[in-house]
Structures are given as structure tokens and as C-alpha cells.
Design a protein around this ligand. Structure first.
Ligand code: GLC
Length: 465
């Protein structure tokens, strides 16, 4: 994989000697001026990260954070598995298994697995009315990082992973096949999202134009729950929320007919985030197919990968000097650069004639944000440093972007992004996301994926080479 990480046993011996801290909320953050050495500070943060994962566990799956998100979210869980893998590999595999308990008969791994109805969350299972799986779930998917995570878990210890891999492999194949059939528009290769929630980047400016074409008239009245947990200024606006619900209503009316929704629905945007993440996942799944001696599956995956360049060509925007989302209904590209533009390297996609330009764009953006990687270009008029996916930096996207950059030899930029992720967590704690101008934490606190990214990547006690 070109990205090996190891945590020395000594680190974990120290951690287990300290033991888990019972309830650390309220414990003062360690200041830069603290006399405690930075090594001890890192170990304290390691311990807190581990405690956050344990505290958000709910049986065999993990909540993104208590309160705001009381169910299992797809890509959150997969990042969390990487965190667990640092100290409990079997538990990491369980996280993947429980996510696929919500897989639909048509192959889709849902973006939320509900299992039960929790009135503190909206919109819950009674609004989605999705019946594609035995468990109640939402009706769309989320960025498919699972196969890449499964490859990491397997490579950590093939002896532990073999049986899990054998069981999960056909499920991963079915999910990828679902994307390649249900989320492409005939003749195209880039992957469409049919709801902003499917992209994992809910209110990114990437969706503004397409969302403006969704007419929210007639939606049933509703009460948001998210703004009861965190400051409304950090969340999507109510105009956006109305349209999110309109799209849920539309999907429900089609009986969650995914092919129809992609072809005819009110919203379909080619997403560089999901497209590049799936490209990488396809490559990783192909490697796993070969481990299992499944030549036929490997060949099927190759037919998917065959269209990679075409997908990248469609998403490339010369004017922006970057890959950009593109509205499949109007063919118009987004007007600004999102952080997922730089996941092309993670996808295994380097196009020499574009690289200089893409690197120039990345350099410009890094120069404008003291804490990288802003989810949207700070020089764009729609940038908002505190509002969710319209500017803030997210540890998980940072991890993916830095991994790809490192693999293509852009070591300094990869280290810059990793170092910034570390500094934001050291400064503010394990928040959902961070203001890229100040490093202040925002959104939910005690967030599982931020803790997981610390443990598997950003902590100085994790050796990435
Ligand atoms: C928000 C994020 C999404 C994440 C979910 C749970 O909806 O945009 O990416 O999966 O919260 O953390």
C-alpha cells in the first residue's frame, strides 16, 4: 500500500499502564506551555482518543458521537475501525461486520443503519421508510471507504483477517457493483450522488446550484434536531434542510428505486469525493480478490477501473485548476475547489498534464489556511470557516488526501496536512471538524472519527513512514 504505519508496543504498554480515563470531559486541555513533555502530552491524547472510541461504542458498532448522531454511520464506522485496529484488531473487524448487517438486497451499504428509533434524531427510520434491508436504514449510501479499510485491517494481520475477509468480500463486491450500475448515468463514468448526504459532505457549496433547482414546496412540516445539539451557525441552513427532506420524500415515493432516482430524480451530481474514493476502493478490492484467488472478481473490478480516466476527465475543470463536482442535469461544474479535489492521488490517478496545475492550486489553498485542509477554498466567496463542509477542516479527508499525496511523492504537503491535523487536535480536542483559520474545534465534541484518525495517523506516537 506504500503507507505502512506502526505503533511500537512500548506506546501501548504505557497506555495500558495508565489505564482508560473514566470520564474525561471537563478535564482541562493540556496547554502548550505545560511543563509536561510533549511525549507525555501525546500519550495523554492517545488515552483520551481511546476512551472516546470506547465511550461511543454501542454493542458491536460505534456512534459518531453521542447526542448528535445516535446510530451507525457508514464511513464514520470504517474510519473508526482503523482507530480500533491500533489496539483491538478483532473489534475493528466487528465494526465492519455490523455495518454490513444493514446491507440492502440490491447491494447498497446504507449511509445510516438505524436498528431502533431514537426520537432525539431527525430524520429517523419512519421518515425514510426504506425497506431494502432487514434492518431499518436510510435510503442512500455514503463514500465507500470500506474495502480500503478492510485491506488495511487484513494486512495488519492476515491470520486474524482471513476469515473476516472471506465473509466480507462478496458483500464488498455487491456494494461496488451497486455504485457502478446504480450511480452512473448511461454513457458516463463518474459516480453520481443523488442526495448531498450520500457524498458525506452535506452542505458543501458543490451542491448549491443543483440544490437550488430542487423545489421544496409541499414538504411535510418537521422539527430539526441537529440544531438542538450544536450551534445553528455551524450547521446547514433551513433552506438546505428543506431540500434535503424533499429529496428523501422523492426517494420514498419511488420506493427507493435507485436506478430511477439517479436517472430521473431532482438531484444528481457527479462527485469527485465518491468517485475517487471508489476508485481507490476498487483497486484495494482487486488486491483482496487476488489474495483470495478470485480471478473472476478481479476481472470484473478491472472493467470498473477501465473507466477511471474517463471519470477523471469529466471531473477536471481547467478554469479551477482542479477536479470539481459537476451537475449531471445541467452539465455545469462547481464554482469552487473542495478538499476532495485532491483525492485524485489517493485514487491512484496522476495525470501528468494536469499535475502542475493541481499542485499549484493545492499550494495556493495551503497558503491561505493556517490549518489545512479547508473543505472549501478560503478565497471563494462561499467559504465559511465555521459552517460544516463550507470551509472547516476534517481529520478524515485530511487522512485520505495526505495518504495519496505521500504515495505520489508529495511528502512535504502530506506532512503539512498531517502536522496541521495534529496541531488542531492538540489545540482544541477531538471535535467533529475545525476552523481552518484558527484551529478552533466546531460541531460535535468527543467525536469518534477524529479520535480514530488521531490514533491511526495523527498522533506523534504513530509512526508513519
Ligand atoms: C454528517 C457528515 C457526514 C457524517 C455524519 C456523521 O452528516 O456530513 O459525513 O458521516 O455527519 O458523523
Amino acid at each position: 500500500m506504500g503507507h505502512q504505519k506502526s505503533r511500537t508496543n512500548a506506546n501501548w504498554t504505557v497506555l495500558s499502564e495508565i489505564g482508560p480515563s473514566p470520564a474525561w470531559s471537563g478535564v482541562a486541555l493540556l496547554s502548550e506551555k505545560s511543563s509536561i513533555t510533549s511525549a507525555a502530552r501525546s500519550i495523554e491524547l492517545d488515552r483520551r482518543a481511546l476512551t472516546i472510541l470506547r465511550q461511543n461504542e454501542w454493542g458491536g458498532y460505534t456512534l459518531p458521537t453521542r447526542g448528535l448522531y445516535p446510530y451507525q454511520w457508514n464511513w464514520d464506522s470504517m474510519f473508526v475501525a482503523l482507530g480500533f485496529a491500533e489496539f483491538d484488531l478483532e473489534r475493528a473487524w466487528t465494526e465492519v461486520e455490523t455495518l454490513f448487517e444493514g446491507q440492502w438486497a440490491n447491494g447498497m451499504a446504507a449511509h445510516i443503519v438505524f436498528r431502533k428509533d431514537d426520537p432525539s434524531y431527525f430524520p429517523g427510520p419512519s421518515i425514510w421508510q426504506a425497506e431494502g434491508s432487514e434492518l431499518p436504514t436510510s435510503g442512500c449510501s455514503q463514500p465507500p471507504v470500506a474495502s480500503s479499510v478492510v485491506r488495511d485491517l487484513y494486512e495488519k494481520d492476515p491470520a486474524v483477517g482471513q476469515e473476516y475477509l472471506e465473509k466480507l468480500f462478496p458483500k464488498l463486491m455487491a456494494w461496488h457493483r451497486w455504485f457502478h450500475t446504480m450511480r452512473v448515468i448511461s454513457g458516463g463514468a463518474a459516480i453520481a450522488v443523488t442526495h448531498p448526504w450520500e457524498s458525506g459532505r452535506d452542505n458543501s457549496p458543490d451542491w448549491d446550484a443543483a440544490l437550488a433547482n430542487v423545489d421544496p414546496t409541499g414538504i411535510a412540516t418537521y422539527t430539526r434536531r441537529d440544531t438542538g445539539h450544536v450551534d445553528a451557525a455551524m450547521r446547514p441552513t433551513s433552506a438546505e434542510y428543506d431540500r434535503y427532506l424533499k429529496l428523501v420524500e422523492y426517494g420514498r415515493q419511488t420506493g427507493w428505486d435507485h436506478a430511477h432516482i439517479t436517472r430521473e430524480g431532482p438531484f444528481a451530481v457527479a462527485d469527485p469525493g465518491v468517485t475517487f474514493i471508489l476508485m481507490r476502493a476498487d483497486r484495494d478490492l482487486k488486491a483482496l480478490a487476488l489474495v483470495l484467488g478470485k480471478e473472476g472478481s478481479a476481472r470484473e473490478i478491472e472493467t470498473w477501473l477501465y473507466h477511471s480516466e474517463e471519470a477523471a476527465d469529466y471531473l477536471w475543470c481547467e478554469e479551477l485548476g482542479a477536479y470539481a463536482a459537476r451537475d449531471l442535469r445541467t452539465d455545469q461544474p462547481a464554482t469552487g475547489v473542495s478538499s476532495v479535489a485532491f483525492l485524485s492521488y489517493y485514487a491512484g490517478m496522476s495525470v501528468p498534464r494536469r499535475d502542475a496545475k493541481l499542485q499549484h492550486t493545492l499550494r495556493r489553498i495551503l497558503n491561505t489556511a493556517p490549518y489545512s485542509l479547508p473543505s472549501f477554498d478560503p478565497e471563494h466567496s462561499r467559504f465559511d470557516s465555521r459552517r460544516y463542509w463550507r470551509g472547516p477542516a476534517w481529520a478524515v479527508v485530511n487522512f485520505l488526501a495526505a495518504r495519496g499525496l505521500a504515495e505520489y511523492g508529495f511528502a512535504a504537503k502530506a506532512e503539512r496536512i498531517r502536522g496541521d491535523t495534529r496541531r488542531m487536535i492538540q489545540k482544541s480536542g477531538f471535535f467533529e471538524y475545525f476552523d481552518p483559520l484558527t484551529g478552533a474545534g466546531a460541531g460535535g465534541d468527543n467525536f469518534a472519527w477524529t479520535a480514530a484518525m488521531w490514533l491511526c495517523w495523527a498522533s506523534p506516537t504513530t509512526d508513519v513512514s
